[in-house]
Design a protein around this ligand. Structure first.
Ligand code: SF4
Length: 505
């Protein structure tokens, strides 16, 4: 009997490691070449797999590490060595993967069964039970916030005798400060690449087509072992957690990490278990090391949002990936690939992705997705861009976040689009002060590109959006504009689109 683990199953503490004759890990070249991913993503994934292999062998496990062109090729070798083998795997999160891998095994005369995947907290049946109870109440109750409260009650995390600690479920209102001008976040931890990481990085650089060719990547930061991931967790809690909450929506020029934890990649690979990270965060609150707005905001992302995304994806695929309720069909502006734009906000956010394979939540949602949404970019193309560019990206992560939340291509996740003009970015960042575009102007040469695109987006999508939740105020402003204002807005939006399409924005 063989335990087959993918590169997202690297949990050295998992129960499923016991009671098997051997562990199989497959390094597939086809996986690395099927899309031009960020070099740090590929380095992270393969270096972490190889270090996991070495760790298991050091602990006495028999590990068969197969490097092959495809999973099928690796299974040919596996079944030549172990005819009729019975394989077990933690259930993969990617849509269709369980069926696809099961077929590959069956074609070679073996069997593949699945166990719960401990990189997630709530098993599918438990989510489905919750969802069934909500769907009978009202369609809008199938939302992240009620799910998050359910998870708090179920797990007892940040609960005090049946009530939320501090008296409120959600401290989002205390997560929107901007830091003073002289604020500098503590530098994120870096991990000196060992021999394995250096080998993989050289292979990636020499052999593979990667995201944003000729990208000047920063030093490789990402933990490739559980020990490094635990160090990253410690450093976050000790040095950055306190300020995380207040500044989690803020953007500062030159600061790619702010006070964010940078732990998502470690959690998505299985190096850290989400529940242990949550418990560590709760402990920090109990010890007075971090305030409630930091702790609750952080736990909400893991216990609420991450779990909700996983299950919405599971239940909404394959339609979710194809959704496009606003019929957006433009190609992404070239600036997303080159970072070449005068718009300081977009240049910063794309630059962070090109350099580090990472941009934080508000850059993802309110700069990168927001601009693509207002510009009319194809949601599927934007999803692919996120999938290629981010170290923590997997199909189950990007698809609901980008197609559902960022692009509003379906209303399965939210009742209104996350669309805003430049004023939001101006409020939450220091970008506009050094930008050649004027955030205070909607029209005319030099006006902020977000502004005219925002108003014309509302106009063009009025039929879908006017009646949807919480858009009334926006459309009151739409109704206030004169025909002359609309003519100038349309003219400027057209100009902006042409410039973006030509790579001249
Ligand atoms: Fe971005 Fe507009 Fe501000 Fe420039 S002025 S940084 S384009 S929001």
């Amino acid at each position: 009997m063989t335990l087959w683990l993918l590169g997202t199953h690297l949990d050295r503490t998992a129960d499923y490691l016991e009671n098997h004759d051997r562990v199989l890990l497959v390094e597939s070249t086809q996986f690395a070449t099927r899309r031009p991913s960020h070099p740090h993503k590929l380095t992270l994934l393969f270096a972490a797999m190889r270090r996991f292999r070495d760790d298991l062998r050091d602990r006495g496990y028999t590990v068969e590490y197969r490097q092959a062109e495809t999973f099928g090729d690796a299974l040919d070798t596996q079944f030549a060595a172990h005819p009729g083998d019975e394989l077990t795997m933690p259930r993969p999160a990617a849509h269709g993967a369980a069926d696809r891998l099961g077929r590959l095994v069956a074609e070679r005369g073996g069997s593949l069964s699945f166990v719960d995947n401990p990189t997630f907290i709530l098993p599918p049946a438990a989510f489905d039970e919750w969802a069934a109870s909500r769907e009978t109440d009202s369609p809008n109750s199938y939302r992240q916030e009620p799910f998050y409260r359910h998870m708090r009650r179920e797990t007892g995390v940040l609960m005090d005798d049946g009530d939320p600690v501090g008296g409120a479920w959600n401290y989002d209102g205390e997560n929107r400060e901007t830091p003073p001008a002289d604020w500098e976040p503590p530098a994120p931890p870096t991990f000196e690449p060992g021999e394995t990481t250096r080998d993989v990085a050289a292979w990636v650089a020499d052999e593979l087509e990667t995201f944003g060719e000729a990208t000047e990547t920063a030093a490789f930061h990402w933990p490739v072992t559980r020990a490094e991931a635990l160090t990253a967790l410690d450093r976050f809690v000790d040095a950055r957690f306190e300020e995380f909450g207040a500044y989690q929506d803020a953007m500062v020029e030159g600061e790619w990490a702010m006070s964010h934890s940078l732990l998502s990649a470690s959690i998505n690979l299985g190096l850290l278990n989400p529940m242990e990270v949550i418990e560590r965060a709760e402990q920090a609150y109990e010890e007075g090391a971090a305030p409630l707005n930091s702790v609750e905001g952080f736990i909400r992302q893991l216990l609420g949002w991450r779990e909700f995304m996983r299950h919405v994806y599971r239940r909404s695929m394959p339609g979710l990936a194809e959704a496009n309720q606003l019929d957006q069909t433009e190609s992404l502006p070239s600036a997303y690939w080159t970072g070449d734009t005068e718009m300081v906000c977009l240049s910063e956010a794309v630059g962070h992705v090109r350099e580090h394979g990472y941009a934080h939540h508000i850059e993802r949602l309110m700069v990168l997705s927001n601009f693509a949404l207002l510009y009319g970019a194809d949601p599927g193309e934007l999803n692919e861009w996120f999938h290629q560019g981010f170290v923590d990206a997997f199909h189950w992560v990007t698809t609901p976040n980008v197609i559902g939340m960022g692009s509003f291509a379906t209303d399965v996740l939210s009742s209104k689009p996350y669309a805003s003009s430049g004023s939001y970015i101006n409020r939450m960042s220091d970008y506009c002060g050094s930008c050649p575009y004027a955030v205070s102007r909607d029209t005319g040469e030099g006006s902020c590109p977000f502004n005219s695109l925002y108003w014309t987006f509302l106009e063009e999508n009025e039929e879908t959006l006017r009646g949807t939740g919480r858009m009334g105020l926006m459309y009151a402003h739409v109704d206030d504009k004169s025909p002359e204002e609309w003519a100038a807005l349309r003219e400027r939006a057209e100009e902006v689109r042409d410039m973006a399409g030509a790579g001249e924005l």
